[in-house]
Design a protein around this ligand. Structure first.
Ligand SMILES: C[S@@+](CC[C@H](N)C(=O)[O-])C[C@H]1O[C@@H](n2cnc3c(N)ncnc32)[C@H](O)[C@@H]1O
Length: 305
């Protein structure tokens, strides 16, 4: 048996068969970056307005943001991606642009960091709250889920808080153990000079949609199709879950940082990016539509105190 975070780690990041080592060039579900819109143009205007000079992007993947920055040689951009194949491919693709570079890691700090659809695939464990007890989901070698009871006071407290914040009446629900996000938040805190912009699926805790009865909060996508065998065929599916933004904010504040802004994607585009007119011949409407990306995506801006 293995934990689900161990499974997610190898399914997404294994150096030979991991999904992101092989598949990141394709789009498997719709995000603000994958639509044909002026999204990156507006982000760049915001960067310039704020006088940011150095930009770090965590998980550039297919490098759409970096492509939009090609003509902005006054800005220096580093894309840090865990995938070695991705970094090698992007280094080759952008070799003529000296202000755009890529690496598997960095210790330097940057004016602003962009983290788009990264927390939603950070390997995590799934727990179940039932009868005032916590059970961790484990994966058996055939891909089936087994549940083992935990005595972990941190998780018990967290589950009780989630239950209270949603006024859940159900006897049992599942939730993502957000502890692994702490490592990523600390990494970002050390490397940001001013802002860290997080864009992802998910909401604040009261609407926390990871509490899904007995259904897995982790979803499996491939070619825009949702599959239900997320614990089988490692490397075949992109795995994703809704991010708990309240938790990210709390972890940031605990490090001494400040929450600058939190809103739905549509609000962010209007209020922060000053985007007031939709190009009718593009897919921009989907970014603003509350039934589509406009509200299912949220944006959190964290700053140094
Ligand atoms: C879902 S995509 C990110 C999408 C991209 N940011 C965009 O806007 O199109 C996944 C990419 O992020 C990378 N990635 C995922 N988690 C990461 C992490 N913790 N650190 C660095 N790269 C990561 C993967 O290797 C993959 O190339």
């Amino acid at each position: 048996m293995e934990s689900l975070s161990e499974y997610m780690e190898r399914a997404l990041f294994n150096s030979i068969y991991g999904f992101y080592e092989n598949e990141s060039l394709e789009d498997h579900f719709i995000t603000p970056s994958t639509l044909k819109t002026r999204y990156h143009e507006f982000l760049i205007k915001w960067i310039i307005k704020n006088n940011f000079r150095s930009i770090l992007e965590l998980g550039p993947g297919s490098a759409r943001f970096a492509s939009a920055l090609k003509t902005y040689s006054d800005l220096s951009y580093l894309g840090v991606d865990r995938s070695k194949n991705t970094i090698n491919r992007l280094k080759e693709q952008f070799k003529e642009y000296s202000h755009v570079s890529f690496s598997n890691d960095t210790v330097d700090s940057y004016d602003c960091i962009f983290v788009q659809e990264i927390f939603d695939c950070c390997p995590v464990n799934i727990c179940e709250y039932f009868d005032d007890k916590i059970f961790e989901w484990m994966r058996d070698s055939d891909g089936s889920i087994k549940k083992s009871q935990l005595t972990n006071s941190r998780l018990e407290e967290y589950a009780k808080r989630l239950k209270k914040s949603r006024s859940i009446s159900e006897e049992s629900f599942c939730f993502v153990d957000v502890e692994p996000h702490q490592h990523l938040i600390t990494w970002l805190f050390k490397r940001t000079r001013q802002y860290c912009v997080i864009v992802d699926y998910g909401q604040q805790e009261p609407q926390y949609s990871q509490l899904l009865g007995n259904h897995s909060p982790v979803r499996a996508f491939r070619n825009h199709q949702l599959f239900h065998n997320q614990w089988n065929n490692p490397g075949q599916y992109d795995l994703t879950y809704d991010v708990n933004f309240t938790n990210l904010s709390e972890q940031w504040i605990a490090l001494g940082g400040r929450v600058n802004y939190f809103a739905s994607l549509a609000e962010f585009l209007i209020e922060k990016l000053d985007w007031h007119q939709i190009d009718p011949f593009s897919q921009e409407r989907m970014l603003f539509d509350p039934r589509q990306l406009g509200s299912v995506f949220s944006v959190l801006i964290l700053s140094k105190a």
